[in-house]
Design a binder for this molecule. Sequence first.
Ligand code: MN
Ligand code: MN
Length: 364
Amino acid sequence: MEHRLHRLMEWMKTKDIQFSFMTTTENVFYLSGFRSDPHERLLGVGVFQDAEPFLVCPKMEMTDAKAAGWDHQIIGYSDIENPWDMIGQTIAKRNLFIQTIAVEKQHLNVERYEALSALYPGSAFVAAEEKLQQMRMIKDEKELKLLRKAAQMADHAIQTGVNAIREGISELEVLAAIEFEMKKQGISEMSFSTMVLTGKNAASPHGVPGATKIQKGDLVLFDLGVVYEGYCSDITRTVAFGDIDDKQREIYETVLKAEEAAIAAVRPGVTAKELDLIARQTIADAGYGDYFPHRLGHGLGASVHEYPSITETNELKLEEGMVFTIEPGIYVPGVAGVRIEDDLYVTKQGAESLTAFPKKLTFV
Ligand code: MN
Ligand code: MN
């Protein structure tokens, strides 16, 4: 964590920022090692150019924060104390003149912005998101280890879902079987709401699982991930229940071809845009160009969506150490929806897939 704090401090010096205050669960975790969802209570890491950083959290979480490895100052406030007064007093002791503050503009709400402004009237606020995203984009060995484990658990979750499929079982019942098994494995948090969609419901890329029962001839789509020690996985598999028709088969094979072509192209120096276009072209060539309405993929780490974004306009060059998804899909309303998604790690020469559930069409 010290290394990360120092990189942020160096950036602050070049930008003449005297105080950075990070407040999202993920960025606090990235900088402090402490991952917590404080609900409506304030959680934040304060960083200065040269002075000692601090963590502010509810008093009842101070022990956990220390146990997570944070060995700088902790401001713990009770439910009847005002954390902003305590932050102001803490900073006053450091004798700093603060006129530019970096915050997560997309996260700091108006009430908190006003509280911070009142402490340092007239100061300018700059966005810290881009810098943190850049820092988080290249994973170190420890992060990779956790991402690998999260991906293995996601593979196991897919297998659990496949095993649960039978005639007449509902999407939500299959979902419950998956999450029950994950809990038994010690996973307390999924990285987003698990999706189990059957038949025509899968033709919506962001469909919501419900009471629909799985029937013979359906394609069943699973999209899920787990959080393992703060790191997220994200996998999609689409399987067949009983015999499916030629159209469904064609859609599946097209998505698979697009996914494999994009994965085969991953290596340092290739742009995000090139990857997206390889998959998009494969799908267009098969006549389904109008049915792939989203980007090819997204970075993965402490957040389930982070940099790099794999879009058809992103000129960013891939680098060793990046981790992102590749997830082409074809969604034909009233017919079928198929998506196949893996988590890729960029190596020196190419890509390593962290997720490994088989992609040859599975028949249940
Ligand atoms: Mn995804
Ligand atoms: Mn997904």
